[in-house]
Design a protein around this ligand. Structure first.
Ligand SMILES: Nc1ncnc2c1ncn2[C@@H]1O[C@H](COP(=O)(O)OP(=O)(O)OP(=O)(O)O)[C@@H](O)[C@H]1O
Length: 268
């Protein structure tokens, strides 16, 4: 009987960890006397675009930074892919498949769009000084990477620009290149701080449509965005923060119409 209970508990735990790619639990982060995050819990379901909203100073960026390993929380924990990764540095999380867009090195302006995507591949041949000596061994892998880079460029709609220098791209196209490079790194979950800030509405819709397409292919997104009017219809789930705490969560339309959330934006 006891074994049956243990098995049931294990099954529940497994289902739990497979439903959520990320769980940040009761996170607290202080800066001196300021409590930036005050016991916030967020759970991100696999293959969703989950949005974090809240007025200025409500703790969104700090929470994202704790999740991405830039800050160690004062208490609470972060579980990614069923593993406790609290306090892990960003590069270790990156290798586990969690990436923040700005983490990928800035594109090289003189290199082509394709070359920039190729350079983002994890363990690409050029990373090794001994690579020229091993040329014969890495050629097949190189071909595979080029195929992958082309399919990613197709997905983000930059395929027609593959041989253009990255420096000639517009601001919005640069954002798409950033997404392409994160995908090339093999990320399973992508954290983004305001992916559509500063781009025109048409391109903002296009970027969000790409995120939806990528979500449907299995990538999970956890994003902060202020332009709710545009972002709302593309996201699956929303967390709202105020004064370091999560004050509401649910479907986008429920959260934006929640009086607590409206009050928090009005300074209530
Ligand atoms: N490095 C820091 N040192 C001291 N205080 C900080 C630091 N980072 C954030 N804070 C404070 O923590 C609180 C939460 O800030 P945070 O940037 O996380 O909010 P936010 O919701 O992302 O705001 P915004 O939408 O304006 O980016 C604020 O009071 C802020 O002043």
């Amino acid at each position: 009987m006891e074994n049956v209970d243990k098995k049931a508990a294990a099954m529940t735990a497994m289902n739990h960890s497979s439903e959520y790619i990320l769980v940040a639990e009761k996170v607290v982060k202080r800066f001196g006397g300021v409590i930036a995050v005050d016991g916030a819990t967020v759970k991100v379901r696999r293959r969703t675009i989950t949005l974090l909203i809240g007025p200025n100073g409500s703790g969104k960026s700090t929470l994202l930074n704790v999740i991405a390993g830039f800050y160690r929380p004062d208490s609470g924990r972060v579980v990614f892919e069923g593993r406790d990764v609290t306090g892990w540095p960003p590069h270790k999380l990156y290798h586990l498949g969690m990436a923040r867009t700005f983490q990928v090195p800035q594109p090289f302006h003189k290199l082509t769009v394709l070359e920039n995507v190729l350079l983002a591949a994890r363990g690409h041949p050029g990373e090794s000084f001994a690579a020229p000596l091993q040329r014969r061994r890495w050629l097949p892998r190189e071909e595979e990477l080029v195929d992958k880079a082309f399919s990613i460029l197709k997905l983000v709609g930059l395929i027609h620009l593959w041989d253009q220098p990255a420096g000639q791209l517009s601001g919005g196209q640069m954002k798409l290149l950033e997404i392409a490079r994160v995908l090339m790194s093999g990320a399973k979950m992508i954290l983004m701080d305001e992916p559509i800030a500063g781009v025109n509405p048409t391109l903002a819709h296009e970027i969000l449509q790409f995120l939806v397409k990528l979500r449907d292919q299995g990538i999970t997104f956890f994003i902060i965005e202020h332009r709710l009017d545009i972002a709302m219809k593309y996201v699956d789930y929303v967390y709202a923060m105020a004064r370091g705490r999560v004050i509401a969560e649910g479907r986008p339309e429920e959260v934006v119409s929640n009086p607590l959330v409206i009050d928090s934006y009005l300074g209530g």
